[in-house]
Design a binder for this molecule. Structure first.
Ligand code: ADQ
Length: 476
């Protein structure tokens, strides 16, 4: 029987009701439950000494295989090359790229080591699906260890234009490593195009669109396929969560504090790719240019800390604290706070209910692979009285959500105008936009994303002539 093996940097913590986090965890966990299989990755523990050991935990048809990282490995592989080199480069922030050759060696070493840990757990006909930028060399490492199974890769973040990727010194090795996978999945067509552009113009390879929609790639002596697979959500489940929370305490507290004022809502990890400073300034510009909005609308920004041990993240936090303080100092009144900046995490159900209670979803990253918050915001709306999504053209989600007001996050006046338009939009137009977007979200929900990838991974020709039987469903 063919099992599915998911490999990701972090294995999502799973509670009784399923995973706590968004898209990836929910979608992938579902697939694992259906096919049976294993989720392999870092436990989240950082060890100061000793030899990390794999911990195995069975839950129904799914095995969770997790392992800790030694401090040096964490510093070089995770904090260093993954998050201080690749993350900024892939989000077009060449100015923030820090490169250290030893960190890159650590990144390659940890990938090889993780692959070696996985090998003894593999069966001959397992299908392996690797996730995200932390694990670009993983297939190469598996091949070096003699593994011949089918291996696919999905990149959750953007793939940058060649001229930006060239800022990462080992760019060629990284792309060569990607070519060791059988199937590469990107969030959007522009990401796939950027990859193909590198293959043709930097690597001297070829790309060809096949009748089945996949792009066949030949480069570095390898043949593989690539496609775009925009990740989705389960819109109807989010809608139910949001409705169930409508009368809950967080929404009641929000409404009683607002006294009938409108609310603009943003939720992001506190990351410089999310465009928070520009967003705060555009809200300020709205108050500048439209005095009638003063004391009539509040902007709630929920942004829990991430990667707080990196300087760029400490910096964005300080800048935001300064901006929210400055703007509130300028406009607040005794009974009105313009910006509520909340530096913490909330449960998914609470977020969904807050989305539903707000008039505008304000999602304006400078770059984002997809941005699930945009999809969650739309899903959570009241079908009889939906809010409006203001969405950056640089979020992958903008390729699908044409019912949003699409903005350029660098155009502060343009964003302020869009906020004004959203706050004043008549019900008929809000309904039309909402229905358009919900239809799209339902058509490409997270099961569709996963099934398309798995189907294509099952179809691509397999290296070294190994044939793999189709995935079987687990019993019951
Ligand atoms: P992220 O950069 O983390 O994901 P996003 O897609 O928005 O960005 O996903 C964040 C998830 O975390 C959402 O499900 C959201 O609800 C949740 N979340 C955010 N803030 C929260 C808070 N304060 N409390 C609780 N939950 C919160 C990466 C890529 C994205 C891509 C996803 C999935 O950067 O572009 O869409 O992976 O592929």
């Amino acid at each position: 029987m063919s099992r599915l093996i998911i490999v990701s940097n972090r294995v999502a913590p799973i509670s009784e009701g399923g995973p706590a986090a968004g898209g990836l965890a929910v979608g992938v966990y579902d697939a694992l439950k259906e096919t049976g299989g294993m989720w392999f990755g870092w436990s989240g523990d950082v060890l100061t000494s000793g030899q990390p050991q794999i911990a195995l935990e069975e839950r129904g048809a799914v095995t969770f295989a997790t392992i800790g990282l030694l401090r040096r490995d964490y510093d070089q592989y995770y904090r260093g090359f993954s998050n201080a080199t690749l993350w900024p480069a892939f989000h077009y922030r060449a100015d923030l790229v820090q490169y250290d050759r030893h960190e890159y060696e650590g990144y390659s070493r940890v990938n090889a080591w993780l692959a070696q840990q996985l090998v003894p757990l593999l069966r001959e006909d397992d299908v392996i699906w690797v996730h995200d930028y932390h694990l670009i060399p993983f297939a190469q490492a598996l091949r070096a260890a003699g593994v011949k199974n089918r291996v696919g890769f999905f990149l959750h973040i953007p793939f940058p234009a060649s001229q930006v990727l060239l800022a990462v010194p080992p760019h060629r090795e990284l792309v060569q490593a990607l070519c060791a996978f059988d199937l590469l999945g990107f969030q959007t067509r522009p990401d796939l195009r950027a990859f193909c552009d590198y293959i043709v113009n930097e690597a001297g390879g070829t790309t060809a669109l096949q009748p089945d929609g996949l792009t066949r790639i030949e480069a570095f002596g390898q043949t593989l396929c690539a496609g775009d697979y925009p990740i989705g959500v389960y819109p109807d489940e989010i809608a139910e969560l949001a409705k169930a929370g409508e009368r809950g305490k967080p929404v009641r507290t929000l409404k009683s504090t607002l006294h009938g004022r409108k609310v603009i809502m943003s939720v992001d990890r506190l990351d410089y790719s999310k465009g928070l400073v520009e967003r705060f300034r555009a809200f300020e510009r709205l108050l500048d240019h439209a005095p009638a909005q003063r004391n009539k609308v509040s902007f709630v920004q929920i942004a829990p800390p991430t990667r707080a041990d990196l300087h760029a993240y400490q910096d964005i936090r300080l800048r935001l604290e300064a901006e929210s303080g400055r703007i509130n100092g300028r406009y607040a009144e005794l009974d009105w706070t313009p910006i509520w900046y909340i530096h913490r995490q909330y449960e998914r159900a609470v977020l969904a209910a807050l989305f539903r209670a707000s008039n505008v979803g304000y999602v304006t990253p400078l770059r984002d692979g997809m941005n699930l918050v945009a999809k969650e915001y739309v899903s959570a709306q009241d079908p009889g009285d939906p809010g409006v999504l203001v969405l950056s053209r640089f979020a992958g989600a903008a390729q699908e959500l044409s019912g949003a007001l699409i903005v350029n996050p660098l155009d502060i006046d343009g964003m302020a105008d869009a906020l004004g338009t959203a706050l004043a939009m008549p019900l008929a137009e809000r309904l039309a936009r909402y229905h358009d977007m919900m239809a799209q979200l339902r058509e490409n929900n997270v099961s569709v994303w996963r099934d398309r990838f798995m189907r294509d991974l099952g179809r691509v020709s397999v290296r070294q002539g190994v044939s793999v039987p189709p995935l079987e469903r687990a019993q019951g």
